[in-house]
Write a protein that binds this ligand. Structure first.
Ligand code: SF4
Length: 264
C-alpha cells in the first residue's frame, strides 16, 4: 500500500493482511512489522492518527509514516532497504547445467540419477540451453560461474559449446567462469582445445591407486583409473596444472587401503 499525504503525515509504502479478532499485520520494505487493530489501520490510511497518540510514535519508529519533523525518514528507510537487500547483489552466482543424464561409469557412490551411455532423451537440447542461459543471466550478480554437470557432461559436448556461445554472446559486462565436472573417460583433443580456448576449469575424480579407483568407479573396460590419469595429464599439458583439480571420494574400501605408515 502506498499513499500520498493529505495533511499531517505521509505514509511510507507498506502491505497489510487481516488477522483474526479484528487485528491486522502491517509490513514494509525495511523488514519492519506491526500488529494493530483494523480500525487503527483505517485511521492510519485516512490520516486520522494524532501525533500525540502512542500508535503514531510506533508507526513512525517502524517506518510506516513520517512527518515534517522526520525528514530523514526516507533516507533511513532507503538505508534499511539497502542493508536488507545487500545480499541480492551477490545473488545466485553458481549455476549448474546438467547437460546430460547419460554416463559411461557406474560409480558405487553415484547420487546422480544417471542413465546409460547411449540412452535417448536424456540430453539438454539447444532450445533448453538457450532458455537456461537466459534465466542465468537474469541474476543481478555481476559474476557467475557456469558448472557443467551430469551424468557425464562431455557426452553432450554440443550442449556445452552452445551454452558457452550463448553466454559469451549475451553476458554483457558480467564476469563468467566455466568449469566442467567430468570423469575424463571420453576426453578428446577437440574437448581439450575447447577447454583451452575458453579457459574452462576441469574438475575430476581420482580415488587413489588403480585397484581402488577402479573398484569405486568401475566402467566396462576396467580402465577407469588409466583413463582418469591420462585425462588429468592431458589437461595439465594443455591448460597447466592449475587448470585441473581432482577430488578423492572416500569409501569403506578406501579406509582399508590406507598405507600402514598412515594407519593409526
Ligand atoms: S561419473 Fe559421475 S555421474 Fe557417472 S556414475 Fe560416476 S558419479 Fe555418477
Amino acid at each position: 500500500m502506498t499513499t500520498q499525504a493529505t495533511d499531517g503525515y505521509n505514509l511510507l509504502p507498506f502491505r497489510f493482511a487481516r488477522l483474526s479478532g479484528g487485528r491486522a499485520i502491517l509490513t514494509n520494505m525495511a523488514g519492519q512489522h506491526l500488529v494493530a487493530d483494523r480500525a487503527d489501520v483505517d485511521r492510519l490510511a485516512n490520516h486520522q492518527i494524532g501525533a500525540s497518540q502512542p500508535l503514531y510514535k510506533e508507526l513512525k519508529a517502524h517506518h510506516f509514516l513520517y512527518d515534517q519533523a522526520s525528514d530523514v525518514a526516507l533516507e533511513m528507510l532507503a538505508a534499511e532497504v539497502r542493508t536488507r537487500l545487500a545480499a541480492v547483489k551477490e545473488f545466485t552466482g553458481l549455476h549448474m547445467f546438467v547437460v546430460t543424464l547419460r554416463c559411461d561409469s557406474k560409480c558405487v557412490y553415484c547420487h546422480a540419477s544417471h542413465a546409460g551411455h547411449h540412452d535417448g532423451g536424456r540430453d539438454m537440447d539447444a532450445n533448453v540451453c538457450e532458455h537456461a542461459v537466459a534465466a542465468m543471466l537474469k541474476t543481478p550478480n555481476p559474476s557467475v560461474k557456469v558448472e557443467f554437470q551430469g551424468g557425464e557432461p562431455l557426452l553432450n559436448f554440443e550442449a556445452i559449446k552452445h551454452i558457452v556461445a550463448e553466454t559469451e554472446a549475451k553476458r554483457g559486462d558480467k564476469d563468467v567462469d566455466y568449469i566442467v565436472t567430468t570423469n575424463l573417460y571420453n576426453l578428446t583433443d577437440e574437448h581439450l582445445q575447447f577447454i583451452a580456448d575458453h579457459d574452462v576449469g576441469v574438475s575430476t575424480s581420482l580415488d587413489g591407486p588403480a585397484d581402488l579407483h577402479n573398484a569405486n568407479r568401475p566402467r566396462g573396460a576396467g580402465d577407469a583409473h588409466a583413463k582418469a590419469v591420462r585425462g588429468i595429464e592431458a589437461c595439465r599439458d594443455t591448460v597447466g596444472p592449475r587448470g585441473v583439480s581432482a577430488l578423492m571420494t572416500t569409501t569403506r574400501q578406501s579406509l582399508s587401503s590406507i598405507p600402514s605408515s598412515f594407519a593409526p
